[in-house]
Ligand binder design. Structure first.
Ligand SMILES: [Zn+2]
Length: 309
């Protein structure tokens, strides 16, 4: 047995023991324990280390609110984003979509998977957004699309950069074509942001896949990722069956994407605030130069027009 399988087996047995001790999901969620590479881990210990395992550096999933808190804003405010009509297709499978939404809202205390906020990060006013994986796997439907578009419009209206932390499995199947249309809508929104010369920074978190990767999340001026994040369009098995080749073990990880140019930089959670501040300072300086050049060109044109008349 190679070392990867040994670690995999160890992880599975730890998970099984914890599941045995806390058989229901609500018991596991309310217990003081979670698990990682070395076995049971106190949630408090994990939280004190920014929800990063002190032994293996695994960046555990966190909610948008936890992320905003950890970034250390001097102040931030969560914005109320539009909520379109629930369940437009009347979807029912093993459970109704309405019930899934009800459970997700209760579990996360959010109206939809995406949360948008405005705040001041180390002296820079920014509009920021993040997805909560615990809200129906972070999937994207009409409400999530509207939240992202609202965030972009807020950034344009207030002339702030837009920073987004995506995750999620892709477009939400319970809203099929409506969810798919969100890919175009969010892409067009980001295009408007760029026309206004405002920086757009993306930081992938684990896991980001499907239509989320194939639309707004891949359009950042700079693409960050947390270490070890899974970033994909189609799943590994689908790709393997299509290309009929053995894929490397780190395929679709942030580290693999860094090597192949889809990710610009892998940033540990503890360094995110300082890296975001540094990059935005540089991009804002560059953008203000572009804006002043545009203004100069416009005033040249005005002068020439006045002279001509
Ligand atoms: Zn660990």
């Amino acid at each position: 047995m190679n070392w990867i399988n040994k670690i995999k087996k160890l992880g599975e047995s730890i998970k099984q023991n914890i599941n045995k001790k806390f058989p229901t999901r609500s018991e596991r969620e309310s217990s003081a324990w979670t698990s990682c590479c070395k076995g049971p881990l106190l949630k408090k210990e994990l939280e004190e280390n920014l929800f990063v395992c002190p032994h293996c550096n695994k960046h555990h999933r966190i909610s948008p609110k936890q992320r905003f808190d950890l970034l250390g804003f001097s102040n931030y405010e969560i914005l109320k984003t539009p909520i379109p009509k629930d369940d437009p297709l009347g979807w029912i499978d093993t459970k109704s979509y309405k019930d899934r939404l009800k459970d997700a809202r209760k579990k996360t205390n959010q109206d939809c998977a995406v949360v948008i906020a405005k705040g001041n990060l180390r002296g820079i006013d920014i509009t920021i957004g993040a997805t909560n994986f615990n809200f129906i796997g972070g999937s994207s439907g009409a409400a999530e699309t509207e939240a992202i578009v609202y965030g972009v419009q807020h950034a344009i209206d207030n002339k702030t950069p837009f920073v987004f932390f995506p995750c999620g499995g892709g477009q939400r199947m319970f809203e099929s074509p409506i969810a798919l249309a969100g890919m175009t809508k969010t892409t067009l929104a980001i295009n408007e942001l760029k026309k206004n010369n405002l920086p757009y920074l993306v930081c992938f978190t684990d896991p980001t896949a499907g239509g989320i990767t194939a639309s707004f999340a891949m359009l950042g001026d700079i693409q960050f990722s947390e270490p070890g994040a899974l970033i994909a369009f189609a799943g590994r098995r689908v790709v393997q069956a299509t290309v009929k080749e053995e894929l490397p073990p780190d395929f679709q990880t942030a580290e693999f994407l860094l090597k192949h140019g889809f990710v610009d930089r892998i940033v540990e959670r503890k360094n995110l605030a300082s890296e975001i501040k540094l990059l935005l300072s540089l991009l804002l300086k560059k953008n203000s130069e572009v804006n002043s050049e545009n203004n100069e060109q416009t005033s040249d044109i005005n002068i020439q027009t006045r002279e001509a008349s």
